[in-house]
Design a protein around this ligand. Structure first.
Ligand SMILES: [Zn+2]
Length: 79
């Protein structure tokens, strides 16, 4: 890891991810990221929304905190 980057959260809760970090992670404009809190630390990782059941990347619906794809939704409906 290089030297730490400092930032500030603006009034809307936004923070700028420094370009050097975006480059290091290969994050580009409009990429999906996921944020999780672990041990009181915010972790931001490059990520895509995957279906909670089959891991497909074609998520179409969110049910509570689970993301589901069309295929799994139709499977559930046919139960
Ligand atoms: Zn699925």
């Amino acid at each position: 890891m290089g030297k730490g980057n400092k930032g500030k959260i603006d009034s809307l809760g936004r923070v700028v991810i420094p370009k050097s970090i975006r480059n290091a992670l290969g994050i580009n404009h409009n990429d999906e990221i996921s944020m999780t809190v672990e041990n009181n630390t915010l972790l931001i990782s490059k990520g895509y929304k995957n279906c909670s059941i089959c891991n497909s990347k074609t998520v179409s619906t969110q049910v509570r905190d689970k993301l589901l794809c069309d295929s799994c939704i139709s499977d559930i409906k046919s139960l």
